[in-house]
Design a protein around this ligand. Structure first.
Ligand code: ADP
Ligand code: MG
Length: 699
């Protein structure tokens, strides 16, 4: 392989030189840069500013007002240092005059200032203006002597994420050296750049650190964001292509048998359920691995679609696996499917760490007994947790693997599955998630997956009634809840924090649990559930809740994942302003799973217009997609996906909000991919992609 530098430049290494080779950057500073993960010149160039200050206009001193952040330009008339006993440090004072007036500049503790500035110097000063009994002054401003080219004044200047002992001025100084030193070569084809309207990479790099105008900066951002998004799209296309190289069993569609299955359901499938099932049935026919994500709001009926596929695979003598994130969810799936397939002779097995059985029998099986049954080919559908992959179960004829409540298969998961297959065979993959993801966002996050969406809810659902509640309404709300509990219904209380903290004034699970269990609800069975508990304990509590043995469950956000508690018809969310809309929606999905009307009450600890506006939207909509779009607009993607999973792409400048640019990047990636099937024409591009993929593999 050729030696490739981070800049995508073949053979020259200037960008990969260490930052410590920059002049004036001593060893001591090197360690500071290390803290910022900046080790090479290229790292430094990619350490983009966090914001900018417009210092292009210089303010005449007589126009300056206290409280403003300004740049002035004047001659130093006086400069003197004295010891301040009150402050126990040296105070240096200067008087600066610009013909319109004069102003005092004060430095505390900076003994070097007299070495760099002298009376008579023409100097720019930028900073905030203060006023005391002697008039206006600037305290410890940034300064730069007036010369032809200016780094820190007279322009739009960049400000960086710093660490202790490093200043913006130093950053600008070293970045400007790095810009001069590096000879970044263009790696995007001219035609693509002109089609999309992108500036050259070297110019973009200069402009992102030292823009000539705001427009110049926007152009630079566009180019650099595009680069990030384009590479991600290419990576997805490459992953897709690699999967195509594997063979998978091909399952012919037998419409008659499927119709028989659908006809036996106690309800009519929705159109979206039918459409996504059909798309996947076609995938399963193709002879190479399906790699699909089924998205559907809580309660949209993803399980039955999965069941249909597994049935289809079972009819053709292959095995399917359905994995759930928790043991209790696995048990629920097992029960649902056993019921669905009650009239059909399909062997279904439940396999978790602590429990194994097969349909039609209550007997608990040992791992060995289970393995034997599987080996004899009687079991066609396996339901379980990840234990299914960790244990050395021998699964012959694996055709389809489904993960529930997960977004994609991890590299490790895939490998562990692949190792059970013969030769270059791969099973088909399906992941299912209730997290609603707008299309452009899903292109970035899951570009390598085909996506099916179930938007439509099954008919006859009663929408959950949601209400913002005031603290004064507590008694009334509690009375209302008691009324429901007395009719054998159950209630969830969701809280933002586990323990009380002095810093954040939010209701904690602990306090709310104590308050409710000895107070208003002392005659009811109240329990709590937090992420800190052992998973066995969590499972046990969730199982008791599902079985109706608990009246009120006070929990943190751990209840997010899809367990079905049909008796739960009421939910209180405390500190609801702390959650994103998409997350609130996931909570709310825990109730409303029976034919009874359900209710959700939102309490807040902090009222503001923003909070009210958001919660109103939540009151009004029960469509996860709409809520997710609002989230993305109002709070950005971090909230939505921050906790979702690993493998979240490392975007420095681009964001999931850059909808138009995402589409452009995708189109360009597709075109390029098609025009260079042998990956020979654009070596610089493929080299960049290599670097990106290596990074992901190392993570
Ligand atoms: P999720 O997509 O959240 O996993 P489930 O698959 O658990 O949703 O389905 C929620 C409930 O809706 C289940 O009780 C299921 O039996 C029911 N259901 C699924 N599809 C339909 C439909 N087309 N009509 C009526 N009820 C349905
Ligand atoms: Mg589900």
């Amino acid at each position: 392989m050729q030696v490739l530098s981070q800049c995508g430049k073949v053979r020259s290494m200037s960008c990969d030189e260490l930052v410590t080779t920059l002049s004036g950057l001593a060893k001591k500073l090197g360690s500071k840069f290390k803290k910022l993960s900046v080790e090479t010149v290229s790292d430094l160039l990619h350490y983009y500013p966090v914001d900018y200050q417009d210092r292009r206009s210089v303010m005449p001193i007589d126009k300056v007002q206290a409280g403003e952040v300004v740049t002035i330009k004047g001659r130093i008339e006086l400069l003197q240092a004295k010891r301040s006993f009150r402050r126990k440090t040296t105070v240096t004072e200067a008087l600066v005059n610009d013909n319109s007036g004069s102003m005092r500049i004060v430095w505390f503790g900076n003994r070097f200032i007299q070495k760099t500035l002298k009376p008579g110097d023409q100097v720019y000063f930028s900073g905030k203006v203060h006023e005391d009994q002697f008039g206006l002054q600037m305290r410890t401003p940034e300064h730069e002597k007036v010369k032809e080219q200016s780094l820190h004044a007279n322009s739009i200047v960049a400000r960086y994420g710093l660490t202790k002992g490093l200043t913006h001025k130093q950053m600008r100084f070293f970045v400007s050296q790095a810009l001069k030193k590096s000879d970044m070569q263009e790696w995007l084809p001219e035609l693509m750049r002109s089609r999309v309207g992108l500036m050259r990479i070297d110019e973009a790099m200069r402009a992102i650190h030292a823009p000539k105008s705001w427009k110049h900066l926007r152009m630079a951002q566009k180019r650099l964001k595009f680069d990030e998004l384009f590479l991600l799209q290419l990576r997805s296309l490459l992953t897709k292509e690699e999967l195509l190289a594997f063979s998978s069993p091909s399952f012919e569609v037998d419409e008659k048998l499927l119709q028989h299955f659908v006809g036996g359901l106690p309800y009519q499938l929705t159109d979206d359920q039918k459409k996504s099932a059909w798309a996947m049935l076609l995938d399963l026919k193709k002879g190479h691995p399906m790699n699909r994500l089924l998205q559907g709001d809580v309660g949209s009926g993803k399980t039955v679609v999965a069941a249909m596929l597994m049935y289809h695979v079972a009819l053709q003598d292959s095995v399917s696996i359905l994995m759930a994130p928790t043991e209790i969810l696995a048990r629920q799936h097992f029960e649902t499917l056993s019921e669905l397939f009650a009239d059909m002779t399909v062997g279904i097995g439940l396999y978790t760490r602590s429990f194994r059985r097969i349909n039609g029998s209550d007997e608990a099986l040992t791992k060995k007994q289970f393995g034997n049954l599987l080996g004899h080919g009687g079991l066609k559908i396996l339901i379980g947790t990840h234990a299914l992959l960790h244990d050395p179960l021998k699964i012959n004829d694996l055709g389809l693997v489904i993960v529930d409540e997960q977004h994609r298969f991890g590299v490790k998961q895939r490998r562990s599955i692949k190792d059970r297959m013969k030769g270059d065979m791969m099973p088909h993959f399906l992941s299912m998630t209730a997290t609603p993801i707008p299309r452009s966002a899903s292109l970035v996050l899951y570009g390598e997956l085909d996506v099916s969406i179930i938007r439509e809810k099954p008919k006859g659902r009663k929408p959950i009634q949601t209400k913002i509640a005031k603290d004064d309404d507590r008694d009334k709300t509690y009375k209302f809840i008691k009324n429901h509990l007395d009719r054998d219904r159950q209630c969830f209380v969701v809280c933002p924090m586990i323990e009380d903290s002095d810093v954040i004034d939010a209701a904690s699970v602990q306090t709310v649990f104590e308050r409710l269990s000895v107070g208003s609800f002392k005659n009811y069975k109240v329990e709590m559930l937090t992420g800190k508990m052992k998973s066995k304990q969590k499972e046990e509590i969730m199982a008791r809740m599902a079985a109706g043995e608990i009246d009120i469950l006070v929990a943190t956000s751990v209840i997010e994942v899809g367990v079905d508690v049909p008796g739960a018809t009421v939910m209180i969310i405390e500190g609801s302003e702390r959650f994103g809309l998409a997350q609130l929606h996931q909570f709310r999905g825990r109730i409303g799973r029976s034919s009874h009307q359900s209710f959700c009450f939102l309490f807040t600890t902090k009222e503001s217009d923003e909070t009210n506006y958001r919660l109103r939207i939540f009151e009004k909509h029960d469509d996860g997609f709409i809520l997710a779009q609002h989230d993305l607009k109002m709070r950005g993607p971090g909230d939505m996906y921050g906790t979702v999973q690993s493998g979240f792409p490392d975007l420095k400048l681009a964001s999931l909000k850059d909808v138009a640019l995402i589409e452009l990047a995708q189109n360009s990636a597709k075109k390029l991919f098609a025009s260079d099937p042998n990956k020979m024409r654009y070596p610089e591009i493929w080299a960049k992609l290599d670097i990106l993929r290596q990074k992901v593999h190392m993570e």
